[in-house]
Unconditional design. Structure first.
Lengths: 250, 250
DNA sequence: CGGAACGTTGACTGTCATCAATCTCTGTGG
DNA sequence: CCACAGAGATTGATGACAGTCAACGTTCCG
């Protein structure tokens, strides 16, 4: 288990995006030597991880986590999604009340100490590079999320989010993506800064409009990825950031 | 000029924050060897920098820039503020239309190629570490910004933002912070995802309420930092992320 | 079978974006 | 020094949209 793997299998997306050519497809594989140092952790769905020491680094091997905080009066805010391959250290989190990670699915993590590699310069080099690339890509995702939150109407916002999650967790076939949502409605609402009620209304509208379809409570299908990317610029960027990495990892 | 310096002078903030203890105060100084490799760039206010190659890295030496994109139909979205000391590479930006940096003030940048250090392992080590720490801290700021956008009412959002900018660019004295805003109203609005009209109303309300005061068009004073931090949890985190780094830099 | 968590829907309210008009600064040229 | 122009900032009226509260339905669990 040297490579981080996606929580579910993924086939190659067959859709063309108009991503800027400058963008990197993925990052190099996490070297195995990390395995020797890290402590494997298994966390279960809904489990919460608080940051004990700032020296610790978490590597997501499988599953899905979110960074959570209590920003407002009592409202929980989900700030960031952590996918397999992501490296996360407390330094990347703001010092908000109730900051911590919450597992959305059963997860496998590696926990290691940032100072663990200082003897081995070669290893430090590789690992720092890996961390830098991971952190860069997470920053790009955060920027995309800000763009989604700020400049998209709520309906499009939800559609773009579902696309991201489906690209990461689901399977692509013939211009459709589908996945089982590991987040509940109120989780999604807390991430997209919507009300759960409003989110429910929006998803009903999206279904009526034919943008998405649902099976049961959690299975969700984005009907036409191509159309979504044409209509919404953010979705093309989502493809570039999420689908290509998926390609790399598989 | 080895160290990045703040655009304007900064005295030590005299206000206590309840930042979480785990949080790092700053990052180590950028080593001088970067100077040898980098190309110094001077950009003027309002000038736009597009990303030519993904191999390039920009280090902000002085001034203030923003990351900008055209996310929605025609609306410009300001995604991220870049302060002195920040390292920014195109990999940290999402592949959105019209992505680029815009100088809010006259700026000094160093531009270097990511692959420039590969011969010198010692240098690579230090620089990668610096980049990793910078990127981490930028990620934390992005998360804080998301929290601000998502879970604060617009009035508080503006106040929290003004606090951040004043802590970075202004001077602290006796529980007050003041600075000259380098951003126009519509810049601020585009960053906080508000309408410029609404922003104007909000600032009027903040003035009436005594939270802030203004002198002329751009000079802005946050009246009671302590009170703001007590009322708004995000502001305490803002102090932790921005005031302490200011301390470090000065 | 019952209960709890989750999801949906409706009526109402508050907030923010929009559009348009007016006002205030700032710099320029006479 | 003043007049002017143009950008930027404010203010008002209005409509669209999302949050709130409450009730009801559904699914999943013991």
């Amino acid at each position: 288990m040297a490579l981080p793997q996606a929580g579910m299998t993924a086939s190659a997306p067959s859709v063309q995006t108009n991503a800027l050519p400058m963008h990197r497809a993925g990052r190099p594989a996490l070297p195995e030597l990390l395995e020797g140092h890290g402590i494997a952790m298994k966390v279960r769905r809904r489990q919460r991880i608080t940051f004990a020491s700032s020296d610790q680094i978490y590597v997501v091997q499988s599953g899905l986590l979110v960074l959570s905080a209590n920003a407002g009066s009592d409202r929980r805010q989900l700030l960031c999604l952590l996918y397999p391959g992501d490296v996360f250290s407390p330094a990347q989190a703001p010092p908000l009340d109730g900051i911590g990670m919450i597992a959305m699915t059963d997860c496998e993590l590696s926990r290691l100490r940032a100072s663990a590699f200082e003897q081995d310069q070669e290893a430090t080099l590789l690992i720092n590079r890996y961390i830098a690339e991971s952190t860069s890509s997470m920053h790009a995702r955060a920027m995309l999320h800000i763009a989604r939150l700020s400049s998209l109407p709520s309906e499009t916002r939800v559609a773009a989010f579902l696309l991201e999650l489906a690209l990461r967790l689901g399977r692509v076939s013939n211009d459709q993506v589908s996945c089982d949502l590991p987040l509940s409605r109120s989780d999604i609402a807390d991430y997209l800064s919507l009300n759960a009620d409003t989110l429910s209304r929006i998803m009903t509208r999206l279904k009526e409009r034919g943008t998405i379809a649902t099976i049961g409570r959690s299975r969700t299908i984005v009907k036409s990825v191509k159309k979504l990317c044409q209509d919404v610029p953010v979705c093309a960027a989502t493809m570039a950031l999420h689908a290509q990495q998926q390609l790399e990892a598989s």
